[in-house]
Design a protein around this ligand. Structure first.
Ligand code: SER
Length: 874
C-alpha cells in the first residue's frame, strides 16, 4: 500500500515525465498578496504568471503545495475533527500550464495518472466527472477522446445563485484568475451514504471530489468585470489527503497513514485508549497547521494571521485538556510530524526547535487561564436561556481568559448550545470605541478626511517648503477656516512633513502664513493625503491659503538616528540570534527605538552585549547610507530584507548600509552611520509568546543617559565614602553588617518579650479557677507575640492568653489556650470572632491562633469582647 509520501512523489514524477518543472511549495504566508490571509491553493504562487505580469523560465510546473484554509470570521474551524475531510492544513498536488497545453492535455494527463496501472491504477468505473454546463469542449474530450460513458459525465451550471457562481467555476477569491473547471469524483461504494454531484445527497461521504482542473481564462476585477487572460492556462489541484484515503482503501482522511501516526503518538503521550476519540483527530489536524504556520514565520498574536494561529493552538490545547492532559503536550508532536511528512517535513525538521519553543510557550500561557475560563463557562452553561450563551459571557471569556470565540463555540456545540454572536460583536465594538476615544486625536478622522488631491511628499530632500492649504478639518468635520486656539488638521498639496509610517513617527514643526502660525504636533497619512495635526497659535487660516511649512529639524534628525540604528540592530540581531529573527513591530521616535521580533527565548546578557558591540562597530565604520529606488526584483536580487506578507509596489525604496544592512524602507535616514554616535540597549523582554522586544537609545540621548548613570554612581560612592572600584565591595560589607544587626535586634526583642511576659504573669486574673490574660501590647511583631504566648502558657501551666497589638496601623491578634482548656475555649474560634471586630479575618488551631485586622481604633472593643466571651465559656 502506498504511503502519503509515495503518492506525493508519484504525482511529481508523473508530471516531471510530462515535461513539468518540479517547483517547491511556496510559504503559507502569501508573498505580495494582501487579498489572501494564507496560501489556500497550489496556484497562488503562480497568480502573477497567469495574469501575464510575471515570466518564469518554464511553461509547465508541478508542485506539492502546503495550504491552510482557516481564518476569517465564518470559518469552519469548529468542524475540524468531527467530519471525515475538514482540515485546517492540507497539501494540494498541482500541475500547471502557463499558456502551454490546455483542455485536451490537461484532461488526458489527469486520467492517465489516475487510471494507468503504472501510476495509481484506479478502476475507471469508480470515477465520475463533472463539467461546466456550457463547456461542450470539455464534455467531448471526456466522452469521445477519453471514452468516459455519458452516464458518468455530469454538467453543472451556475448552481450558487449568480452568474459564474458554480461548483464548476473556480475563482481564487473575489478578484484574480478564474475559469470553468472539470472535476473527477471517486465512488467509495454503496456502504457510504451520499449521491452524485448535482443531487441533493451530494454532500455525503460516498462520491468524493479528488481532482479539479481549472481552465484559467479570466481575471475577475473588483467591479465584477471578467477580463480575458493573456493566454488560456491550466491549474489542476489534487487533494493529497483525499487521494491517500482512496489509495489506502479508507473513507476518512483521519484513517490514513500520517493521521494515524499522529493520533497514536498523541494517544500514547496522553494515555488515551480509545483511538476513535474525536479530540485526537482535532489535535492530529491542528499540529500540522500550527507547525507549518510557525515554520513559515507566523507567531501567535492577537490579530491577523497570528490570531488564527493562536486560535488553532488554543483549540488543540483545549482538546488535550478534554483528554486529561496535565501539562504541555502539543509541542511534543512536532518531531513525529517532521518525520511522517517525508520530503514535506523537511522545513519542520529544520525549524523544529523554534516551532517547539513557540508552541510550548503559547500552551503554557493559555494553560494559566484555561481552567478558570472553563469553570466560568461551565457555570454560565448551567444558566443559559433559549439554548444560547450570552454575548457578554463569550466576550468576557475572550477578553479576560483568552478564549477565542470559536473555542467557546466548540465547548457549546458539545452541549447543543449556540452563541449570541451579535451580542459578542456588540461588546467588541463597544470596547473598540472606548479604545478609540482614548486615542491620540480625540476624534477618528479616518472616515472623514476624503480629499480628492494627493499630497506630494518632498521631505526626503527638504525640511521646508512653500505649499497651499487644500483641506481643513476641525472637531471631526471639514471646515473652510480655522481660528486662533483651535485644534485642527491641515491638508497641504505638498509637504516636507513625514507622516507616520513603517514605525517612524510623524514629524512636528510649524506651518505659517502671513497672518497665521500653526503648531504641528504630529503628521498622519489619510489615504493619499498627509494630515498635519496641531493647534493655531495665532491668526486665521483658510482653505486656499499659501503657507510655509517647516519641519522641526532637530527632532527629525533624532528620529533619523533611531531609524538608521534600527536597521543596524535588525541585522545584528540576525547575526547573533539567527535567521529566524523577523521584524514584528517597530517604533522609532526622537527619544529612542523599540523593536519587536520573533524569537522564542530570552536573550542572554552575553548576546545582548554582542549585539550592542556589533551595532556600535558599524556606527564607527561610518558607512554611507545609500538610498535608491529600484524594481522589486532588483531589490530582491540584492538580498534586501522585506517584511513578511507586506505588499510592495513594483518600484521600491532600498536603504543600504554596505552589505551589512539592506532593507526595503520608506523612512528617513542619516547620511552616514557615524551620525548615530553611540547605541545603547536599555531593555529586553517578552511581549507575546515567541516575540521579544528590545528598546534602545542613540546620539545625545545616550550621552545624557551615561551622565545620569555616572551621577548615580558618584552619589552612591560619596554616600558610602567609596570610589567606583570599591563601591560593590562596600555595599556587600554594608549588607552583611545590616544582617548581623537585624539578628541582634531580634534577639533583643525576644528577650524583651520574655520580660514583658513575666510581667504579664503577674497580671493574670482568675476566672473560675483559670488563669486568664487579656491585654494590649503595641509594636510587637507577630513572631515576638507567638514566643510570648508560648512562654506565658508554659509559666502559667493552665491558661488562656489573648494579646492584641498595633504595629504600622495594623492589628495583630493572638490567642493561646493550654490543651486542658481547649474543650471549653477554642483559640481559633475566639480569634476569628475578634478579627471581625477589627476589620479582618483569621483562625487557626484550638490551642494557638492568629489574625490580622485593619481597624486599630476597634482593638479595645475586641479585647473587651474576648474577656466577656471567655467568662461566658468558663
Ligand atoms: N485551484 C483549484 C482548487 O483549488 C485547482 O487547483 O481546487
Amino acid at each position: 500500500m502506498k504511503t502519503t509520501s509515495q503518492i506525493r512523489q508519484s504525482f511529481l514524477d508523473f508530471f516531471h515525465s510530462k515535461g513539468h518543472t518540479v517547483v517547491e511549495s511556496s510559504s503559507l504566508v502569501p508573498e505580495n498578496d494582501p487579498t489572501l490571509l494564507f496560501t489556500n491553493a497550489g496556484m497562488n504562487q503562480f497568480k502573477d504568471v497567469f495574469l501575464g505580469l510575471e515570466k518564469r523560465p518554464y511553461t509547465r510546473a508541478t508542485t506539492a503545495q502546503r495550504c491552510v484554509r482557516a481564518g476569517g470570521k465564518h470559518n469552519d474551524l469548529e468542524n475540524v475533527g468531527y467530519t471525515a475531510r475538514h482540515h485546517t492544513f492540507f497539501e494540494m498536488m498541482g500541475n500547471f500550464s502557463f499558456g502551454d497545453y490546455f483542455k485536451r492535455d490537461a484532461i488526458q494527463f489527469g486520467w492517465e495518472f489516475l487510471t494507468s496501472p503504472e501510476w495509481l491504477g484506479l478502476p475507471k468505473e469508480k470515477l465520475y466527472v463533472t463539467v461546466y454546463e456550457t463547456d461542450d469542449e470539455a464534455y467531448d474530450i471526456w466522452h469521445t477522446l477519453v471514452g468516459v460513458p455519458a452516464e458518468h459525465i455530469i454538467r453543472i451550471g451556475d448552481n450558487k445563485g449568480a452568474p459564474y457562481a458554480s461548483d464548476n467555476f473556480w475563482a481564487m477569491g473575489d478578484t484574480g484568475p478564474c475559469g470553468p473547471c472539470t472535476e473527477i469524483f471517486y465512488d467509495h461504494g454503496e456502504k457510504y451514504w451520499g449521491g452524485l454531484p448535482g443531487t441533493p445527497e451530494e454532500d455525503g461521504d460516498r462520491y468524493i471530489e479528488v481532482w479539479n482542473i481549472v481552465f484559467m481564462q479570466f481575471n475577475r476585477l473588483a467591479d465584477g468585470t471578467m477580463e480575458k487572460l493573456p493566454k488560456p492556462s491550466v491549474d489542476t489541484g489534487m487533494g493529497l489527503e483525499r487521494m491517500t484515503a482512496v489509495m489506502q482503501h479508507v473513507n476518512s482522511n483521519y484513517e490514513t497513514d500520517i493521521f494515524q501516526t499522529l493520533i497514536k503518538t498523541t494517544a500514547e503521550l496522553l494515555g488515551v485508549k480509545d483511538l476513535d476519540n474525536k479530540s485526537l483527530r482535532v489535535i492530529a489536524d491542528h499540529i500540522r497547521s500550527c507547525s507549518y504556520l510557525i515554520a513559515d514565520g507566523v507567531v501567535p498574536s492577537n490579530e491577523g494571521r497570528g490570531y488564527v494561529l493562536r486560535r488553532i493552538i488554543r483549540r488543540a490545547v483545549r482538546h488535550g485538556n478534554l483528554l486529561g492532559a496535565k501539562e504541555a503536550f502539543f509541542y511534543k508532536l512536532v518531531p513525529t510530524l517532521a518525520e511522517v511528512m517525508g520530503h514535506a517535513g523537511e522545513i519542520v525538521a529544520q525549524k523544529q526547535a523554534f516551532i517547539q519553543q513557540t508552541l510550548k510557550a503559547e500552551e503554557e500561557q493559555f494553560a494559566r487561564t484555561l481552567e478558570r475560563g472553563l469553570a466560568l463557562l461551565e457555570d454560565a452553561l448551567t444558566k443559559v436561556e433559549n439554548k444560547t450563551l450570552s454575548g457578554k459571557v463569550a466576550f468576557k471569556l475572550y477578553d479576560t481568559y483568552g478564549f477565542p470565540l470559536d473555542l467557546t463555540a466548540d465547548v457549546c456545540r458539545e452541549r447543543g448550545i449556540l452563541i449570541d454572536e451579535a451580542g459578542f460583536d456588540a461588546e467588541m465594538t463597544a470596547q473598540r470605541e472606548r479604545a478609540k476615544a482614548s486615542s491620540n486625536f480625540g476624534a477618528d478622522y479616518s472616515n472623514v478626511i476624503k480629499v480628492d488631491s494627493i499630497t506630494k511628499f518632498v521631505g526626503y530632500d527638504h525640511l521646508t517648503s512653500e505649499a497651499t492649504v487644500v483641506g481643513l478639518f476641525s472637531q471631526g468635520k471639514g471646515v473652510d477656516a480655522i481660528q486662533s486656539g483651535e485644534t485642527a488638521i491641515i491638508i497641504l498639496d505638498k509637504t516636507p512633513f513625514y507622516a507616520e509610517m513603517g514605525g517612524q513617527v510623524g514629524d512636528s514643526g510649524l506651518i505659517s502664513s502671513e497672518i497665521c502660525q500653526f503648531n504641528v504636533i504630529d503628521t498622519q497619512k489619510y489615504g493619499q493625503v498627509f494630515g498635519h495635526y496641531g493647534q493655531v497659535e495665532s491668526g486665521e487660516l483658510r482653505v486656499g491659503d499659501k503657507i510655509y511649512a517647516e519641519v522641526n529639524a532637530t527632532r527629525r534628525h533624532n528620529i533619523e538616528l533611531n531609524h538608521s540604528a534600527t536597521h543596524l540592530l535588525h541585522s545584528a540581531l540576525r547575526e547573533v540570534l539567527g535567521e529566524h529573527v523577523a521584524q514584528k513591530g517597530s517604533l522609532v521616535n526622537e527619544n529612542g527605538l523599540r523593536f519587536d521580533f520573533s524569537q522564542p527565548e530570552a536573550i542572554t546578557k552575553a548576546q545582548l552585549e554582542e549585539i550592542e558591540r556589533i551595532v556600535n562597530c558599524k556606527i564607527r565604520e561610518n558607512i554611507p547610507v545609500i538610498i535608491e529606488e529600484m524594481g522589486i526584483d532588483a531589490a530582491k536580487a540584492k538580498g534586501a530584507m522585506a517584511l513578511f506578507g507586506e505588499k510592495y509596489g513594483d518600484v521600491v525604496r532600498v536603504v543600504e548600509m554596505s552589505a551589512f544592512s539592506i532593507e526595503l524602507c520608506g523612512g528617513t535616514h542619516v547620511r552616514r552611520t557615524g551620525e548615530i554616535g553611540f547605541f545603547k540597549l536599555t531593555s529586553e523582554g517578552a511581549v507575546a509568546a515567541g516575540v521579544r522586544r528590545v528598546e534602545a537609545i542613540t546620539g545625545e540621548t545616550t550621552v545624557a543617559w551615561i551622565h545620569q548613570l555616572q551621577q548615580v554612581l558618584q552619589h552612591s560612592a560619596e554616600l558610602l565614602k567609596a570610589d567606583n572600584a570599591s563601591l560593590v565591595e562596600k555595599i556587600q560589607q554594608l549588607q552583611d553588617k545590616s544582617k548581623r544587626t537585624e539578628k541582634e535586634l531580634q534577639q533583643l526583642k525576644d528577650k524583651q518579650a520574655a520580660l514583658a511576659g513575666s510581667e504579664l504573669v503577674k497580671q493574670a486574673q482568675q476566672i473560675n479557677g483559670v488563669n486568664v490574660v487579656v491585654t494590649q501590647l503595641d509594636n510587637a511583631e507577630a513572631k515576638t507575640l507567638r514566643t510570648m504566648v508560648d512562654d506565658l502558657k508554659n509559666q502559667l501551666g493552665s491558661a488562656i492568653v489573648v494579646i492584641g497589638s498595633v504595629a504600622d496601623e495594623k492589628v495583630n491578634l493572638i490567642v493561646g489556650v493550654t490543651t486542658d482548656l481547649t474543650s471549653k475555649v477554642k483559640a481559633g474560634e475566639l480569634v476569628g470572632e475578634m478579627a471581625k471586630q477589627v476589620g479582618g479575618k483569621g483562625g487557626g488551631r484550638p490551642d494557638m491562633a492568629m489574625a490580622g485586622g485593619s481597624e486599630p481604633q476597634n482593638l479595645l472593643q475586641a479585647l473587651n469582647f474576648a474577656q466577656e466571651w471567655i467568662q461566658a465559656k468558663l
